[in-house]
Design a protein around this ligand. Structure first.
Ligand code: SF4
Length: 449
């Protein structure tokens, strides 16, 4: 009873995979390091945009070719969105398993009669009733040491016209404050040093009378030396009171991931966003005035239907005024079932890609300049892994580690390269004081103090 997991997609999908792993483990399944040793291969798919869908389908095809007799389960967002169509068009997959209730994973794989599946009640009785479930006590974590994602909500009510997420994950539903705090407490007790709070839009969080500020205040009641990092806040309802908490409690990192998407009022309105470039700049100015060390990460979408050269110029102008520390630029993906699917004014893929490239090129200098401000600063670094490859810059007698500072979210931003650990024996998952010595491209070189 061994499974191999091939994970795709975002942090929300990762948490679903971790919960599946918890349930499988509780029923006697173990994870195979190598797909060759597995009874089933689980492809935990992403179905957000065209390129992500293709990637997950190619994974199924690739595994089928390598292992003709192993059962392959296509799980995750793609299975949720297209189960009916894929049942006919993707015979290489033996089964499909959406995201409605990941607690049913043991039942699902049990249908194939592999091994004997034990009752999973011990875990399911502790799981909240949403479509994303957490076993905060024993859930295996797929993040690098020291960090964990805490999913506080599922689905989204914002209805941005380009986005398929509400079709896949449904309307917003939020976990309760005590449930989330209990999970955070359990993770901290397990030695987790960074709690990354996630949801499709955590700014929309609401449970009873509590919104995001109340939730964070409840997490702040926990004792211990840990970081709280907030990921994905929609700019149209940014909860300003969280800035006060960040001012008063340094464990809440001044890191803001706000997907602005565009700088043209016409395009923003067509995306069903209420803000304008001006209101978004004003928001970032408010954040930076209150928290001068704030890091701004954002995403832009190039090539939305109707985007003219003038609209694109507005996007570039917005980028220049915003000067975000980190930026991911994507091209528009026409997704059936979304309101934007029927919009006229299609932008050719080639032009969208050129615009994406131009945004990315301009961002290189902005990010490098922004990162320069850290050189010479004394900060803290979360150690993640010891560097094992060949590295010409590392002295022979020095240990080289990789980690992250508060300005680096997991996986998406640059990294901290830690040199000069000398006779120290740091461990992955430690948060240690350090000094930034230099910038290397987007990365920062730091020395432990
Ligand atoms: S806020 Fe994010 S997840 Fe929600 S509809 Fe808009 S883009 Fe999609």
């Amino acid at each position: 009873m061994r499974y191999y997991l091939d994970p795709f997609g975002c942090a929300k999908n990762q948490v679903d995979a971790e919960n599946m792993m918890a349930h499988l483990g509780n029923a006697g399944w173990s994870m195979a390091e190598d797909a060759a040793d597995a009874d089933i291969i689980i492809v935990n798919s992403c179905g957000f945009i065209e390129s992500a869908k293709r990637e997950s389908i190619n994974a199924v095809l690739g595994w089928r070719k390598l292992y003709p007799r192993v059962k392959i389960l296509l799980a995750g967002c793609l299975a949720q969105r297209y189960e009916k169509e894929l049942t006919e068009s993707l015979p290489e997959a033996d089964g499909f398993f959406g995201i409605d209730d990941v607690t049913k994973i043991v039942e699902k794989v049990g249908q194939w009669g592999i091994g004997e599946c034990n009752s999973d009640n011990a875990i399911s009785s502790r799981i909240y009733s949403g479509s994303s479930n957490n076993d905060s006590y024993s859930r295996p974590l797929l993040s690098l040491p020291g960090s964990a994602y805490v999913k506080i909500s599922e689905g989204c009510d914002n209805r941005c016209t380009f986005c398929a997420i509400p079709l896949i994950r449904g309307p917003l539903h939020c976990r309760t404050v005590p449930d989330i705090v209990e999970e955070c407490k359990g993770l901290v007790a397990r030695g987790i040093k960074e709690l990354c709070i996630i949801g499709q839009d955590i700014g929309s969080y609401r449970s009873g009378e509590s919104e995001l500020p109340e939730l964070l205040n409840a997490i702040a009641e926990l004792t211990g030396n840990f970081w709280v990092r907030l990921l994905y806040i929609h700019p149209d309802h940014f909860p300003l009171p969280i800035l006060d908490l960040m001012q008063n409690d340094p464990r809440f990192l001044p890191y803001f991931d706000i997907p602005f998407q565009h700088g043209s009022s016409k395009i923003l309105s067509a995306m069903n966003r209420r803000g304008t470039a001006e209101t978004y700049i004003a928001l970032v100015e408010t954040i930076r005035a209150k928290l001068p060390t704030a890091i701004i990460r954002t995403t832009f979408l190039a090539g939305f239907p109707g985007e003219t050269e003038a609209d694109f110029a507005s996007l570039l102008d917005f980028q220049e005024k915003l000067r975000p520390d980190w930026l991911g630029c994507f091209t528009y993906s026409r997704e059936e079932g979304t309101p934007a699917y029927t919009l006229s004014g299609k932008v050719p893929k080639k032009i969208a890609a050129q615009r994406q490239h131009e945004v990315e090129e301009r961002q290189i200098q902005i990010t490098e300049k922004n990162m320069d401000r850290f050189v010479g600063q004394k900060l803290h670094v979360l150690l993640e892994e010891q560097f094992s490859g060949e590295n010409e810059e590392a002295d022979d007698d020095e240990n080289l580690w990789l980690g992250r500072l508060y300005c680096h979210a997991p996986e998406v931003d640059g990294t901290a390269v830690i040199t000069g650990t000398g006779s120290m024996e740091p461990k992955a998952g430690d948060i240690l004081p350090c000094k930034v010595i230099a910038r290397r491209g987007f990365d920062l070189e730091v020395r432990l103090l």
